[in-house]
Write a new protein. Structure first.
Length: 94
C-alpha cells in the first residue's frame, strides 16, 4: 500500500510567499491537497476539478468569497470539502 503526503497551500492577500487567489492555488494543487485560505475578500468564481480540502483559516465572517459570475463555486469532482468560509453570489438573488 502506498501513502502520499498531501501538500498544504496557503492563500493570503498581501502576504508574500502565499497564493493571492484561491483559483491559482487550486490550479497548482495536487489531488487530495489542503488549501488554507486566510482572512480577506476574494473576488473570484472557483472551479474545483480534483479532490481537495479548502479551509478558512480564521473566523468564517472574515474569509469571504464573492463570485464573479452566476456560480461562486463549481464542483467538477466527486469528492471535495469546503469549510469555514463565507460564500456570496455576485448579484442579489431577490
Amino acid at each position: 500500500m502506498f501513502f502520499f503526503r498531501s501538500k498544504k497551500l496557503i492563500v493570503s492577500q498581501g502576504e508574500s510567499g502565499c497564493y493571492q487567489s484561491i483559483s491559482k492555488a487550486i490550479d497548482d494543487a495536487s489531488p487530495n491537497a489542503t488549501i488554507l485560505v486566510r482572512r480577506g475578500n476574494y473576488q473570484e468564481s472557483i472551479i474545483i476539478d480534483k479532490p481537495l480540502t479548502i479551509i478558512g483559516d480564521g473566523l468564517r465572517r472574515d474569509i469571504v468569497i464573492t463570485g464573479t459570475d452566476k456560480n461562486c463555486i463549481t464542483m467538477q469532482t466527486h469528492l471535495s470539502e469546503i469549510k469555514n468560509l463565507t460564500i456570496k453570489p455576485s448579484i442579489q438573488l431577490w
